[in-house]
Design a protein around this ligand. Structure first.
Ligand SMILES: [Zn+2]
Length: 255
C-alpha cells in the first residue's frame, strides 16, 4: 500500500480537484494525507483572518476525516506563497516528515498565483527531499527520503489556463462510484459557499463542482471524472504508479 499526499494551496482545492480520486484510493486501503499551504485566511468578508482560518482548519480536517485521511496546514498565508529559499526548505521538510511515495499537487498553470507557486515548490521539494546535503534548517529535521516521490499534477481550476485554453490531462479517473463522498467532502467547507457567492459571483459551490466534474469526465466519455498529469522531469519516477493503483478507474484521455 502506498503513502499518498495530496497537497494544494487552500482548504477545498484538493476536495474540488481530486476528492473523488482520494476517496477511491481510501477504498483501496492506501494511507492518505491532505495538506494545504494556508488555512484560507482571506476566504471571508465577515470574519477576520484568524477567525476564518480557525473555521477552515476545522472544515478541512472534517472533510479529510470523511475518507480516513489526516489533514495538516503548512501555515503560510493566502496570496503570500512564494517560490523562494525559505519556502522550498519548509516544503522539503514537510515531505521528509510525511514521507509520501506519491504526491498529488497543483497544476503549474492555474488562475491563482498561490496555486502556481505551490506547484513549483512541491515539484522542487520532491527533488530536494532525498538529497542529504540539502538542509531544511528545521529544529528537528527528518531524515532525507529514500527517493523522489511519484509526482502528479491535478487539473487547474475549471480545467483551463489563464487565457481560457483547456489544459488536457494525461488520464481521467472515473469517480462516479464515489461522487457522493466527494460531494460530502466539499460540503464540509460550508464557509466557502458564502465566500464564493460574494467574491467570485458563483452562486452554488456544490453545483459548480458537479458541473466541472461532469465536464472533466466527458473528456474520457465518463459521467464524472478528475484529470491528472504525471510529472516526468529528469530523475523523477516515470512509471504510472497512480494509474496502476486505480486500475480500470484510470481512463487514458483521448480527444
Ligand atoms: Zn485554491
Amino acid at each position: 500500500m502506498a503513502n499518498i499526499l495530496a497537497i494544494h494551496a487552500h482548504p477545498d482545492d484538493v476536495e474540488f480537484l481530486a476528492g473523488g480520486t482520494m476517496a477511491l484510493l481510501a477504498g483501496l486501503g492506501h494511507a492518505l494525507t491532505i495538506a494545504t499551504f494556508t488555512p484560507g485566511d482571506c476566504g471571508s468578508k465577515q470574519m477576520g483572518p484568524d477567525e476564518i482560518a480557525a473555521v477552515r482548519r476545522q472544515e478541512a480536517a472534517h472533510a479529510a476525516a470523511l475518507i480516513g485521511a489526516r489533514y495538516f496546514c503548512l501555515e503560510m498565508r493566502d496570496l503570500a506563497i512564494f517560490d523562494d529559499d525559505a519556502s522550498r526548505r519548509l516544503v522539503t521538510e514537510t515531505l521528509r516528515q510525511t514521507r509520501p511515495d506519491l504526491v498529488l499537487t497543483a497544476s503549474p498553470v492555474d488562475y491563482h498565483c498561490d496555486h502556481e507557486a505551490v506547484s513549483a515548490l512541491v515539484r522542487d521539494a520532491c527533488f530536494a527531499a532525498p538529497a542529504p546535503n540539502y538542509q531544511t534548517r528545521a529544529a528537528e529535521p527528518a531524515p532525507p527520503l529514500d527517493q523522489i516521490p511519484y509526482l502528479y499534477f491535478m487539473d487547474p481550476a475549471e480545467g483551463t489556463d489563464r487565457e481560457g485554453a483547456v489544459v488536457e490531462p494525461h488520464f481521467v479517473v472515473d469517480i462516479e462510484p464515489v461522487f457522493a463522498r466527494k460531494h460530502a467532502m466539499l460540503a464540509a467547507h460550508a464557509s466557502q459557499r458564502i465566500w464564493l457567492k460574494e467574491h467570485h459571483g458563483t452562486d452554488d459551490y456544490l453545483e459548480t463542482m458537479e458541473r466541472w466534474t461532469r465536464a472533466r469526465g466527458a473528456l474520457a466519455s465518463l459521467p464524472l471524472g478528475e484529470g491528472f498529469r504525471q510529472y516526468k522531469g529528469h530523475a523523477y519516477p516515470q512509471n504510472p504508479l497512480l494509474e496502476e493503483c486505480l486500475g480500470t478507474a484510470a481512463v487514458k484521455f483521448r480527444k
